[in-house]
Design a protein around this ligand. Structure first.
Ligand SMILES: [Zn+2]
Ligand SMILES: [Zn+2]
Length: 551
């Protein structure tokens, strides 16, 4: 099929659909999109709450719960265990299809009758103040964790223990303030480093021990600013570093930023073990193009954050999918389209459906077949009504579009889009019939955190009883007892920003989906790299040169 240039119906920019996209659209049975990749992704994010943790009550039992779902939601909220029980039946809310009305309007009415579980995830212990949490224990104020223990204020973390303020990292222990770091112990204030121990402010280091403020190092110990010291010298130098002082720590962070700009070599992307693929933060992928933060997949295109998928296109936050597309937060499926939060086969326009097949326009179903708008049909009735609805939707120009913004799950400014598209404005979301919260969540009942004593050693545990106000978000927060103990033990200054803001700022660094033209620092050839110019990175290397010079 010939590539086609189109005008995005939303942002009015030109976008290209290339032959390989068309092949997948045809294989999956999707129409060519009317809006560009960025606008499609923005639409998917309306279905992925990031939220703000809050206390509420189950609309079924009245039991207390903690959730990231919004205040005054359009739908009931049940405790997860109630949601998964047989105390309610989504079939009771089944609706007759009305051909005179928009299908999406009818689907929205159904959606508003169906409860949603207060928390995503399963098999965790003492992780009430978490969301998207799996097989974890004693974690706090964190999202998207799996197999973690005592991990607090963190996001997108696997297999991590006794760590705070960790983003997009695997297999860390006793670590603090790390982004994209793996297999390390007592690693702190670091980025993109692996197999490191007892170190601080490392960037792109591998197998290093007792290093401070280093970059692009391999297999080293006792280095400071990439300079070799003896063990004794190293420790006597390290003693002079006042990690306990907030002001001093800020100056170290500024120094680190300066090193990233002027000294460190940055590989053009963060991909590991990829073949024939284009994107960023890819691992073990083959033929994946325009895909970001994706793992163990083949032949996927135009997608953000997922894994274990094959022959899929236009997806956000999905895993275990095959021959599927135009989905947001789908947890599994084959031939599933235009859906969110579902695990299904041969189905379209689902939200919150699990283990269903041959369903169309359903919400909250489990183990069903041949349902439309949560009504049960025979196979023949289902096929007939489905064709009728699709014809009708086509005549209204609805068929093939993703679930509309007005079915979104939270105010857009509390969706995960705030990490990827921080510049999005209320006016744009209003125009798309989405939701925006203008509720003022700032607080003045507390002490400005910038007024805390400079050194943690000038404080004591009673500080955890204090209500603090974040100077940037103006949200109220406090230093938890566990957090205080952790910082005291490490001798690190206490944080001043609200925990969500700390996470969001770090996550944004790993969420760039646009590439920029650079010249390779070594061979001078043109390369496209995922570092916005305003970051000021001077030394970007193509993959080949990085391999030769750094690896
Ligand atoms: Zn667009
Ligand atoms: Zn090069």
């Amino acid at each position: 099929m010939q590539p086609e240039t189109k005008i995005c119906q939303n942002c009015k920019n030109e976008f290209e659909i290339i032959s390989e996209d068309f092949i997948l659209y045809e294989k999956i049975g999707l129409q060519a999109p009317k809006v560009c990749f960025e606008c499609r992704s923005k639409n998917y994010f309306a279905f992925w709450p990031f939220g703000k943790f809050r206390k509420s009550k189950s609309d079924l039992s009245g039991d207390g719960l903690i959730t990231v779902l919004p205040n005054n939601p359009r739908y009931p909220i049940y405790k997860s265990e109630e949601w998964w029980s047989d105390k309610w039946d989504p079939i009771d809310s089944g609706q007759e299809y009305d051909p005179s009305r928009s299908f999406f309007e009818q689907l929205k009415e159904l959606q508003e009758k169906i409860p949603r579980p207060h928390q995503t995830g399963e098999s965790s212990i003492n992780c009430d103040w978490c969301d998207d949490i799996w097989d974890s224990k004693n974690c706090y104020l964190s999202r998207s964790l799996s197999r973690c223990e005592n991990t607090n204020y963190s996001y997108r973390v696997l297999n991590t223990k006794d760590s705070f303020d960790i983003v997009l990292s695997f297999n860390l222990q006793n670590s603090y303030d790390c982004l994209s770091c793996h297999n390390s112990y007592n690693l702190n204030f670091s980025e993109s480093s692996r197999d490191c121990v007892d170190s601080y402010f490392l960037f792109d280091c591998r197998n290093c021990q007792n290093c401070f403020m280093c970059f692009n190092l391999r297999n080293k110990s006792y280095c400071i600013l990439n300079k070799q010291y003896s063990k004794e010298e190293y420790f006597s130098e390290l003693k002079k570093i006042k990690f306990d002082s907030y002001g001093y720590l800020l100056s170290l962070k500024e120094k680190f930023v300066e090193i990233l700009k002027s000294n460190a070599i940055h590989k053009e992307n963060h991909n590991i073990n990829v073949l024939n693929s284009k994107g960023n933060y890819l691992k073990d992928c083959e033929n994946c193009v325009n895909v970001f933060s994706w793992e163990n997949s083949q032949n996927c295109r135009n997608s953000l954050r997922g894994l274990l998928s094959k022959d899929c296109i236009d997806q956000l936050g999905t895993w275990h999918t095959e021959v599927s597309g135009d989905n947001s937060c789908v947890t599994g499926g084959y031939d599933i389209k235009h859906s969110s939060w579902s695990d299904a086969r041969y189905s379209e326009y689902l939200d919150l459906c699990y283990e269903v097949e041959y369903c169309f326009g359903c919400i909250g179903l489990r183990n069903k077949k041949h349902c439309i708008l949560n009504k049960q049909y025979t196979k023949e009735e289902y096929e007939n009504l489905k064709s009728k609805i699709i014809e009708n939707m086509k005549s209204k120009g609805e068929y093939g579009d993703f679930l509309p913004y007005f079915m979104g799950l939270c105010p857009y400014n509390f969706s995960t889009a705030i990490i990827y598209f921080p510049e999005l404005q209320k006016s744009e979301i209003d125009r798309l019939n989405g939701y925006w919260s203008s509720e003022d969540l700032s607080s003045s009942e507390g002490d400005n955190s910038m007024g805390l004593p400079d050194s943690i050693f000038e404080t004591n545990i009673s500080i955890s009883d204090k209500a603090l106000i974040c100077p940037e978000s103006h949200y109220r927060f406090n230093i938890s007892k566990a957090e205080y103990d952790f910082h005291k033990r490490k001798g690190f200054a206490l944080p001043r920003l609200h925990f969500d803001l700390r996470v969001i700022k770090k996550a944004r660094k790993a969420s760039v989906i646009k590439s920029f033209l650079y010249k390779c620092f070594f061979c001078k050839k043109d390369i496209m790299a995922y570092y916005p110019y305003e970051w000021g990175y001077k030394n970007i290397a193509c993959e080949e040169c990085y391999k030769i010079n750094i690896n």
